[in-house]
Design a protein around this ligand. Sequence first.
Ligand SMILES: NC(=O)c1ccc[n+]([C@@H]2O[C@H](COP(=O)([O-])OP(=O)(O)OC[C@H]3O[C@@H](n4cnc5c(N)ncnc54)[C@H](O)[C@@H]3O)[C@@H](O)[C@H]2O)c1
Length: 313
Amino acid sequence: MSVLVLGSSGLVGRRLVARLAADGHPVVASDVVPPVGGELPGVVYSRADVTRLDRLISVAQEHDVTSIALLSYIMGPLMSPDHSDIPLACDVNVTGVTNVLEAARLAGVGRVVFLSTVGTYGPQRIYGDRPVAEDEILAPASMYGRMKALNESICDRYAALYGLEVVKVRPSSILGPGSTIWPSRFLERIAVGDVGLVPYAPEAGDNVIGVADLATLLTRLLTGERPRSSTYLASGHNVTMAELAGAVRQIVPDARIEFPDPDRRPSYPSTFDNSRAVTEFGWKVADLLETVRAHLDDVRAEVGLPALGGVAG
Ligand SMILES: NC(=O)c1ccc[n+]([C@@H]2O[C@H](COP(=O)([O-])OP(=O)(O)OC[C@H]3O[C@@H](n4cnc5c(N)ncnc54)[C@H](O)[C@@H]3O)[C@@H](O)[C@H]2O)c1
């Protein structure tokens, strides 16, 4: 009986593997690249490429896998309009994700938890001036968001056809070391003393969630009783970029922060309502300053720098 984490070397995977192992769950960690910082004791590492259905089936059978965290994806590169390796993105993000569902049903795995995104929603104006919750219409504007919406539809088909438990989780922007999207250009650069580049206009809103809080929610979804819903928002703090910069300055008063794209806004909503997960699981989200500080200190720890200390203010 073990939990298989696919995409275990990424931002979320690394934290989730550590969290599951610390909680005493048998974990199999699989990726196409080795884990940063080496292997954790007590965790089984087994390379698996999601484009290989045969390999996924044998890993699931060999380790008596009962649930799968499906994190493997081509995400950061795909968000650049210049990224041209569309065939690989389709192999991993469309065929690969479908292979995992197919392997789960063939190997008798009970539950798959698929990491989708808030990028499956359209811009905030579609929903009016209110936080967006799970059951709103999806209207993705990016290729990445559209691929995730297709994945969600395939997840639903597998659940309906085969009775597979498939839980779709839609995180917002995840703060933690090793991000391949904008937190790396902003917070990771601040953490090591570089100029932080804020991705959007100062007044533009986004939602941020700490990777540790996400790992807590995923652990519950992977190892607990069957969840009541098939879709959960994993969102945290609704913040403008100016508010986020203000939070950084409370921790690093002399931080150098620039807004190189003052007209840019996210293609998805700026405010979300996470009360479904909070109410059903008693899920707690750390406060914003704590979340930002954890990100900065985790990055610093990875490059051998001392922690920044307590949150001021
Ligand atoms: N980081 C965010 O802010 C964010 C926000 C919303 C949703 N998500 C989603 O959450 C999931 C995890 O995000 P992340 O930030 O940890 O991503 P990440 O890019 O850090 O990790 C993805 C992992 O997938 C692995 N991978 C790529 N191709 C593979 C293949 N063929 N077979 C097996 N593994 C393969 C990569 O090596 C990498 O370790 C992704 O599906 C992502 O789309 C992330």
